[in-house]
Each structure stands twice: as structure tokens, then as C-alpha cells.
Write a protein that binds this ligand. Structure first.
Ligand code: IMP
Ligand code: MG
Length: 179
């Protein structure tokens, strides 16, 4: 069903759905009846976020933040910029930052440090995908959907130059596209 820009499906939408259900159950259990603010990192996490929040059974607020570390292309610039801040304060709240992927770890370590400085009660990170082999800074997600190899992926919210976020599955981008 996909064109020549895609090499293959890496994680199918059915696998994502099953894992989202498990993560939702785990997060609900860990919250142990407390409220949570789920924070969606725009734009990549939006698809995963919409599914995940509906798999969590607890009192919840949602908020959105946007940072950018990529100028374009497929590797990080190492610089993180705050593009859109949260709409509400998080002091004293349990927060979970939801990301599409942890790659170098630069974006999330910046984001977590910045939000921790605002005095939340607790702060955790949930990511759909994790590429541990690509770390430039030490960073570990609290909830990880899938660990993947060092391949550039698109779909399920993830983009290549802002395109292909709408593909239902997590797909490997054909190397000809970016090399
Ligand atoms: P990090 O700061 O290097 O961990 O980069 C995190 C961000 O890089 C993610 O939120 C994505 O936007 C982007 N990114 C890293 N790897 C990929 C990929 O394979 N496909 C699409 N985006 C990616
Ligand atoms: Mg992103």
C-alpha cells in the first residue's frame, strides 16, 4: 500500500495499538488513583498521544508543548528551541511527557530539565519508540513502546521533512529518499 519512499513496515498499527493498551494499563496502575497531566510534544507525538490518553484510566488534564531540535533532514542539530510553551502551570502536579521517539536524547533531556524546574510533584517520560544506540546524552524513558535499530522511521506521527506523519504504521524510510 505504500509507495517507493517506504522500504517496509517496522511496527504495524496493530502492534502499536496492542502496546498502547499495555502502556495505558501500566501508567494507570503506577498513578495509583492520583491525577495526571499528560503533555504532548508537538508535532510528532500527536498520533500516539491521542491513543495513549484514551488507554489511561484516571483523572487527567492534557497540555501541549513544542520544541525543535531538527532543522530538517534526519539528524539532530544539537540545539533545542522552545516553540510553544504549556498553557497551564504544572507546579505540584504529576506530569508525563509523551514523545514520538528518543534518538540522541538531546530533546528530552532539555525538556525534562526545563519542566522539572517548574516544581511538578513527579515527572515521567513515555515514548512510542526508542533508538538507544543513537544516544549523545544519557537518557532513559520511563515507559517505552518499542526499542528499534538505527533506521529512520516515518508514520504514526513521525515525519520526514514534515511529511508522512499520517501513515498508519511505523515505516522505514527508503534510504534513497535522504541519501
Ligand atoms: P533527539 O533529541 O535526538 O532524541 O530527537 C528527538 C526528535 O528527533 C524526535 O522527537 C523526532 O522528532 C526526531 N527523530 C529522531 N529520530 C527520528 C526518526 O527516525 N524519524 C522521525 N523523526 C525522528
Ligand atoms: Mg519530535
Amino acid at each position: 500500500m505504500y509507495g517507493k519512499e517506504i522500504s517496509r513496515i517496522l511496527v504495524s498499527k496493530e502492534q502499536v495499538a496492542a502496546r498502547v493498551k499495555e502502556l495505558g494499563e501500566e501508567i494507570s496502575r503506577d498513578l495509583n488513583g492520583e491525577s495526571v497531566t499528560m503533555i504532548c510534544t508537538l508535532r510528532g507525538a500527536c498520533v500516539f498521544f491521542a491513543d495513549l490518553i484514551r488507554a489511561i484510566d484516571c483523572d487527567m488534564e492534557i497540555d501541549f508543548i513544542a520544541v525543535s531540535s531538527y532543522g530538517g533532514g534526519t539528524s539532530t542539530s544539537g540545539e533545542v528551541k522552545l516553540i510553544k510553551d504549556l498553557s497551564s502551570p504544572i507546579e505540584g502536579k504529576n506530569i508525563i511527557i509523551v514523545e514520538d521517539i528518543i534518538d540522541s536524547g538531546v530533546t528530552l533531556s532539555y525538556l525534562k530539565r526545563m519542566l522539572a524546574a517548574r516544581g511538578p510533584k513527579s515527572i515521567k517520560v513515555c515514548t512510542l519508540l526508542d533508538k538507544p544506540s543513537r544516544r549523545k546524552v544519557d537518557f532513559k524513558g520511563d515507559y517505552v513502546g518499542f526499542e528499534i535499530e538505527n533506521e529512520y522511521v516515518v508514520g504514526c506521527g513521525l515525519d520526514y521533512d514534515q511529511r508522512m506523519r499520517n501513515l498508519p504504521d511505523v515505516c522505514v524510510l527508503a534510504p534513497e529518499v535522504y541519501s
